[in-house]
Write a protein that binds this ligand. Sequence first.
Ligand code: ACO
Length: 436
Amino acid sequence: MPENTLTVTDNRTNKTYTLPIENGTIRGMDLRQIKTGAEDFGLMSYDPAFMNTASCKSAITFIDGDRGILRYRGYNIEDLAENCTYLQVAYLLLFGELPDQKQTREWVDKITHHTMLHETTKEFMHRFRHDAHPMGVLTSTVAALSTVYPEAKNIHDPENRMLQIIRLVAKMPTMAAYSYRHSLGFPYVYPDNELTYTENFMNMLWKMVEPKYVANPVLARALDILFILHADHEQNCSTNTMRCVGSSHPDPYLAVSGACAALAGPLHGGANEAVLIMLAEIGDKRNIPDYIKRIKEGKGKLMGFGHRVYKNYDPRARIIKQIADQVFQVTGKNPKLEIALELEKIALEDEYFVTRKLYPNVDFYSGIIYQAMGFLPEMFTVLFAIPRTVGWLAQWNEMLEDKEQKISRPRQVYIGHALRKIDGTKFATVKSAVGR
Ligand code: ACO
């Protein structure tokens, strides 16, 4: 018997099957040969929410959820956050290696020269309601770029694909900033090519009448590190959406828009906004025990806690906590921090959270920092979408080059009615209406 195999006996037929094991998985399609007879469709696995299904092979991001490890292309997230810029990490995710000095210069130059939006896109954004949520504006505007760059549909041409990737990485901060300025009724600020990626973003967000906006370097670097931490996270909900939408081969703008929509929900990227709402609702440290009691009674979730993959402290949350100290030295402490720290302390000692391995995730502290930096909570998920775009695109690129991938199309277990006939004496039918 070969070593890397699984032997399965079907007790319905007493037949035995030997299935190969590769990378700790069996192929779902290998189950199909397990049948009770010629008419039987064959065995499937039932896995709602993909709790135990690998949908692809990927060489981009590695997570060990039990040990709290996150790596991009083999590099620890802590190492990248300490030594690289976001754009270097974006290059790493896309091309597999960190750029040298010349490659960094060329890459930064390319991104910098694609930050402008077509004037019609600016006009398009201008037409949203004054109180439109920035995430809805961003999601819709990314989809609208599909109409501005019709050549983007040639997704099998790698050069064309790379041009759209550069455009998306470059334009996300511009669209994000415009969505913010729009919600405040301020005029849009055009990109400034002399600034770094995050400085330029801050310039487009906050420049008012001064001739040259100067970003605080500590805050610009903090934002850059936050972007690094959010750049990719293997097959999370929005990345899975990117791959799923992308698998039917639309252009990348439509697929990224789908991924943005998945990110917007409070169980995923929308959690950072939800954390701030929750902390405001708690209001005071004294109210925490009552709040925890309600959560344990099943009345809601502790936002920013828990993760499908991490069953140990989220390594990104640890780095974010360190950045918070640097940011607060510039901005002054966010009063919500005290509530958050106390909430974390109590939750980490509470049996309910300990037994379920619920630890703070990336969203628990990011919102507090963003708020201290001057962002409104409605912008938090947009701030997640900007850096995650490169992760989505790296995964999309990888998927398109993977010969094993096809259109994403899961199966279902049908549990509805067997065949029924319409009873014309009971319901108004077309025939009875014509007869009238
Ligand atoms: N507060 C209270 N209880 C929780 C929480 C929470 N935040 N998260 C999970 N639980 C409980 C569940 O009720 C369940 O309890 P039970 O076994 O008694 O039924 C148990 O812990 C297991 O949770 P699941 O829902 O099965 O875990 P799942 O992997 O499906 O969900 C998720 C992960 C969606 C992140 C969940 O933990 C959650 O909703 N957290 C709050 C929202 C949040 O912070 N999302 C951001 C995730 S990180 C990101 O996307 C960047």
